[in-house]
Design a protein around this ligand. Structure first.
Ligand SMILES: C[S@@+](CC[C@H](N)C(=O)[O-])C[C@H]1O[C@@H](n2cnc3c(N)ncnc32)[C@H](O)[C@@H]1O
Length: 337
């Protein structure tokens, strides 16, 4: 895929690989002269294991980290794509090569057209249902100001472009919150906590002594930290599917993802269900919301003794499950950010 296009270019090092995923073929890059920017924990860890220095956020780049070129891996969300290009351009000197790689389905043709109106573009290569091209970074301000990612203010919560449900509360999470009990268990985990709205609803109910927010996306978790300053909250930048705590908890809430990047992954939600069971005591309870068409019943019945649909509509179902059957899950390292 992207790898077959990447082998067509020879960026001058040190090179920044902004948004590269574990599935991208980076074999043409020398880990000694490439820095990857990737905030999704599973991808971050996998690229790190291949020897790359991997930064969760571009803002983690240190003062002395001069880059001579960058490759931006284009995401589908337009605001995020523009923000990624602007952020990469901002750390490159004038005259540097800013390569942009992407699939047709992620809007690479529109990006090429747009960039041609803003800077010199050459070396356009088409391959494998996508394109890669080189932009020479001009001097001075050359990108529209609104390309730079800014906080989205939702009144009491901040989010960032490209995050899940960045422009407002997700209706499925809102429905789940409305079905949570009046009083919550003492120790709760929010798996896939995003920018923290659901967690805030949990903390607003009596009973909670500790709440663990588990989120794979470093930028979403950074927002959650800003949105939730309650001392009962602990933040874990981690893959929820392998997340473990030293002690079991008695409540888990979740609105699990069912997409990994551009591909729908029906198994991801099932892995969240298994992880939830692994975190709970036998007397603990899971509350989750899912799109009605998603077939989670088999996973729920495999990992919980009691599974009840407690609400929903034609779009979503709210499920409560108890009697967790704990199965061994692979251990993972977690890092608090
Ligand atoms: C449907 S959203 C729910 C977000 C939040 N709970 C809410 O109610 O708005 C799912 C979240 O799971 C996160 N996520 C995806 N894969 C993950 C993984 N393997 N581990 C942890 N979080 C993950 C996504 O980044 C996203 O924030």
């Amino acid at each position: 895929m992207a790898g077959s296009r990447l082998e067509l270019i020879a960026p001058e090092g040190p090179v920044l690989l902004v948004g590269a995923r574990a599935s991208d073929d980076l074999s043409g890059f020398d880990p000694a002269s490439a820095v990857v920017v990737q905030g999704l924990r599973p991808d971050h860890d996998s690229l790190k294991a291949r020897g790359f220095r991997v930064l969760p956020l571009l803002s983690d780049l240190a003062e002395g980290d001069a880059a001579n070129s960058a490759v931006v891996f284009l995401p589908r969300a337009r605001a995020l794509a523009r923000a990624r290009i602007a952020a990469a351009a901002a750390v490159l000197p004038p005259g540097a090569a800013l390569w942009i790689d992407g699939q047709k389905t992620d809007g690479i043709d529109a990006a090429l057209k747009e960039m041609r109106g803003l800077a010199d573009v050459d070396e356009v290569h088409s391959r494998a249902h996508g394109k890669i091209f080189r932009v020479t970074v001009p001097s001075g301000d050359w990108l529209p100001e609104d390309w730079v990612a800014r906080d989205i203010d939702l009144g009491g919560f901040v989010t960032r472009p490209g995050l899940f449900s960045a422009d407002g509360v997700d209706p499925a999470s809102a429905m789940l919150a409305a079905h949570l009990p009046e009083r919550m268990p003492t120790r709760v985990v929010d798996l896939g906590a995003g920018w923290g709205w659901l967690s805030a609803q949990v903390l607003a109910r009596p009973g909670v002594e500790a709440l663990h927010l588990v989120e794979a996306d470093a930028e979403a978790l950074a927002c959650a930290r800003r949105n939730i300053t309650d001392p009962r909250a602990a933040f874990h930048w981690a893959d929820a599917t392998t997340f473990r705590l030293p002690e079991p908890v008695n409540g888990v809430v979740m609105n699990p993802p069912f997409h990994d990047g551009r591909a729908a992954d029906p198994h991801l939600g099932a892995r969240f269900i298994r992880a939830a069971a692994g975190l709970l005591t036998g007397a603990g309870r899971l509350w989750m919301v899912a799109n009605r068409h998603l077939p989670y019943e088999a996973a729920l019945n495999e990992h919980f003794a009691g599974v009840t649909e407690i609400g929903g509509d034609t779009r979503f179902k709210i499920i409560s499950a108890s009697g967790a059957r704990r199965t061994a899950a692979p251990a993972t390292r977690t890092r608090r950010r």
